[in-house]
Design a binder for this molecule. Structure first.
Ligand SMILES: [Zn+2]
Length: 520
């Protein structure tokens, strides 16, 4: 069953935040932990891995490091607060993946998956007014994870095999994605029918609100964001309530949840911190980025460019966050439309206006580097990514602390600049990957940097690791087989260390693949 656009926009807050059959009972009497109802954190992680390895393969999945840094920055602050409050317990820290996946999709959606995975549609980032609203949705979903709601929901499917549960969840995700998403996540029939089986209860929704609100305010976000996000959902609900979609018929925006929300707001009203102009501007740019990335059709790109070009001349003091967003989107769109002159012109105009806003200026530098890279100008990109003061003397160790987007763009720029640059890129990426071995994009860039230096064996191994990082062990094994073939033919020179790593890792990947096959 396909769902039409307006209703789909409401498929919000949770992989199945509509109300299930088990909504009866005392609102404060959720089953306690350790009552045998929930699966272990390890089993939950396995189930999550099974689901995300399908998502990673979908064309709707995208690893945009700039938006990824933004969402992950909020996510990490929320996790730290949840840890402080004792909601996020050590075994969850250890067992769960704590990874955020972005979906190229205009619909407003975020969903917590088993095993600490979190999915966010670009439509959500594009539609929130500030980081506080985004934090409110993420905090609600984080609380579904920390309160073990997912484990309990899955445990209710007691007789179902894990692969069946994974298929059901994938089917629901498919039904909640836009038909115009770049390839719906997976084709799942009867998603609406199984949705009822995988719902969170009303009580779980209220608990996720209560715990999520505490976590987000403790993390320093403005509690007002929770209320304004709620208001957005209510409005959407009011305008589109045709009763045809279960989410609207039995949606968790119950009168109890609304009343809870209002009571919280009255308590919080006087203590809310106020956002500053810089972060509002940076947010507007990133929301605009999400909007153009979610719909990169030529018509939309042209419209974004035209809208930006219509903005007349401005003094820095006249620039609103909204205009900054439009100009950012216009410059990005011009780059995609292969119109570097228009991109550069908009970029320079905006650059002159944001000098007093460090966060916005940082986002603009990254955009400038992207535009330079797509025009093949590695040295211009590098100049934007490495401000003169830090270029020469920065100790290599500090590279690991660089934000991911900057790190990855820098690696691309260095690799473009020739063999010596490629060697520096490879060195930086190896340091980065030592701490983040699941960063598939970094492995792929390492592969490119090695290939640019003529190090074929290393390039092939890094490519194998890029597949392994996305849990695609079959493809990883193929690349490792190619690496072993290179070694046998003597094509890899005398790189004995690399050869022994290839040998050890390919055995490990073989074992992981066998395990994956057994699960199936
Ligand atoms: Zn929920």
């Amino acid at each position: 069953m396909r769902l039409d656009g307006l209703k789909r926009k409401l498929m919000c807050l949770g992989l199945a935040c509509s109300v299930g059959a088990m909504a009866q009972g005392n609102p404060n009497a959720l089953p306690a932990l350790g009552d045998g109802l929930e699966m272990s954190t390890g089993a939950e992680r396995q189930l999550g891995d099974r689901i995300v390895r399908e998502l990673y393969r979908s064309t709707a999945y995208m690893d945009d490091a700039i938006l990824g840094d933004y969402v992950e920055g909020i996510w990490l602050r929320l996790m730290a607060a949840a840890r402080l409050r004792g909601e996020l317990r050590p075994e969850m820290d250890e067992q769960y993946a704590w990874a955020v996946l972005l979906g190229r999709d205009r619909s407003v959606n975020a969903f917590a998956l088993p095993g600490g995975y979190m999915g966010v549609h670009l439509g959500l980032i594009a539609s929130v007014d500030d980081a506080d609203e985004l934090a409110s949705v993420l905090a609600h979903e984080l609380s579904h994870i920390t309160q073990r709601h997912i484990a309990r929901m899955v445990s209710r499917q007691g007789q179902q095999a894990p692969w069946m549960i994974a298929a059901m969840i994938l089917g629901i995700l498919a039904a909640s994605s836009s038909p115009d998403a770049a390839g719906a996540l997976i084709v799942g029939g009867q998603a609406a029918a199984v949705q009822g089986q995988l719902n969170f209860s009303r009580d779980m929704e209220r608990e996720a609100d209560r715990v999520g609100y505490g976590v987000m305010t403790q993390a320093g976000f403005n509690g007002q964001g929770f209320a304004s996000m709620f208001e957005k959902l209510l409005q959407a609900n009011r305008h589109n309530d045709t009763g045809a979609f279960p989410y609207l018929r039995s949606h968790p925006l119950t009168t109890e949840r609304i009343a809870d929300m209002q009571a919280r707001q009255q308590l919080q009203a006087t203590t809310a911190p106020v956002g500053d102009g810089d972060s509002a501007m940076a947010h507007a740019m990133l929301a605009a980025r999400a909007r153009v990335l979610a719909d990169a059709s030529v018509d939309s790109l042209r419209a974004a460019l035209a809208q930006a070009q219509e903005i007349g001349s401005l003094a820095a003091s006249q620039l609103s966050a909204r205009q900054a967003g439009l100009m950012y989107a216009g410059a990005w769109a011009a780059g995609e439309l292969r119109d570097p002159a228009a991109a550069q012109k908009l970029w320079e105009r905006l650059q002159a206006l944001v000098t007093a806003h460090p966060q916005a200026a940082y986002q603009l530098r990254l955009l400038g580097a992207e535009l330079a890279l797509s025009a093949g100008d590695g040295s211009r990109a590098l100049a934007l990514l490495e401000p003169p003061a830090s270029r020469s003397a920065a100790p290599i160790g500090d590279l690991a602390k660089m934000p991911r987007a900057q790190q990855l763009l820098r690696a691309r720029a260095l690799t473009l600049s020739g063999k010596e640059g490629a060697a520096r890129a490879a060195q930086a990426l190896q340091i980065w990957l030592a701490e983040r071995p699941r960063d598939a994009q970094a492995w792929q860039l390492l592969s490119d940097a090695c290939a640019a230096q003529g190090q074929t064996l290393r390039a092939v191994r890094a490519e194998a690791e890029a597949y392994a990082a996305r849990l695609d062990y079959a493809a990883a094994r193929d690349r490792y087989a190619a690496a072993q073939d290179l070694i046998r033919r003597g094509a890899a020179g005398n790189d004995h260390i690399e050869a022994s790593i290839v040998d050890a890792r390919s055995k490990q990947v073989d074992a992981l693949l066998r395990e994956q096959m057994r699960e199936r």
